[in-house]
Design a protein around this ligand. Structure first.
Ligand code: GTB
Length: 223
């Protein structure tokens, strides 16, 4: 059965691969599972038909027969549990890979999302500079800790796993901020993720949606 995922019809990131369908696409490409994509406008995401799939009216979702999932991490875990390639067979290594998936989404992603939201929506606030500084400090702290754990290793825990996949997608959101470059080991780690053929296929697929949206009615909203 071919799963169907949802994605932005016009992503605010203008095809930079920062929306959360990217991590699901990448996971599917890593395991070689074909998929279909249903593109949604912002108003469609808040309609009852989509809210029946996703209580918060967001993307991505996953439909596979009777199974409906939301939350990109849960979807990537589902893909990883049903196909070889994203979770090791060894039970301890598998538990650690899942641990890194949670670490990416629960510990590393929050300050990074906070930083991009602050930059996007609080620029005109009186305490903007102070707020950005505070969130950048928290983000730097996480990057320092992550870099220390990564050390000179190529990946988080041996072979490439769903933990690396989610961690790289989370860190990608820092591109253009200069923060990744402050941590050469993390910068190189992200670059290794980006170089994976499956990443490239996923990136190109979501970027093609952006290019189509340009042809179909003007540029999407700027980020
Ligand atoms: N925790 C959920 C998950 O991991 O699936 C979060 C899902 C989520 O935030 N989805 C966003 C969404 O649907 C799209 S990805 N937002 C619409 C809404 O909430 O109404 C978040 C995103 C959007 C834009 C950029 N960007 O422009 O760079 C980056 C990330």
């Amino acid at each position: 059965m071919i799963p169907v995922i949802t994605a932005f019809e016009r992503s605010p990131d203008r095809g930079r691969g920062l929306a959360r369908d990217m991590r699901v696409r990448w996971a599917l490409e890593e395991v070689g599972q074909p998929y279909e994509v249903r593109l949604l406008s912002f108003p469609e995401m808040k309609q009852p038909a989509h809210l029946a799939l996703h209580p918060f009216g967001q993307i991505p979702t996953w439909e596979e027969g009777d199974l409906v999932l939301f939350e990109s991490g849960a979807i990537v875990l589902h893909v990883a549990q049903h196909h070889p390639g994203l979770l090791p067979d060894d039970p301890d290594a598998r538990a650690r890979a899942i641990m890194w998936m949670f670490a990416a989404l629960g510990t590393v992603e929050p300050p990074i999302v906070d930083l991009s939201m602050t930059r996007l929506f609080e620029r005109k606030e009186p305490r903007y500079a102070r707020r950005v500084h505070a969130v950048e400090t928290r983000t730097r702290q996480r990057l320092t800790e992550l870099s220390a754990r990564l050390g000179s290793a190529a990946l988080l825990d041996g072979a490439f796993s769903g933990g690396d996949l989610l961690m790289v997608t989370v860190l990608l959101r820092l591109e253009g901020t200069g923060l990744l470059e402050e941590h050469p080991r993390i910068d190189a780690y992200v670059a290794r993720g980006r170089e994976r053929p499956a990443f490239r296929r996923a990136f190109d697929a979501q970027h093609a949606v952006f290019l189509d949206s340009l042809h179909a009615g003007g540029p999407p909203p700027a980020d």
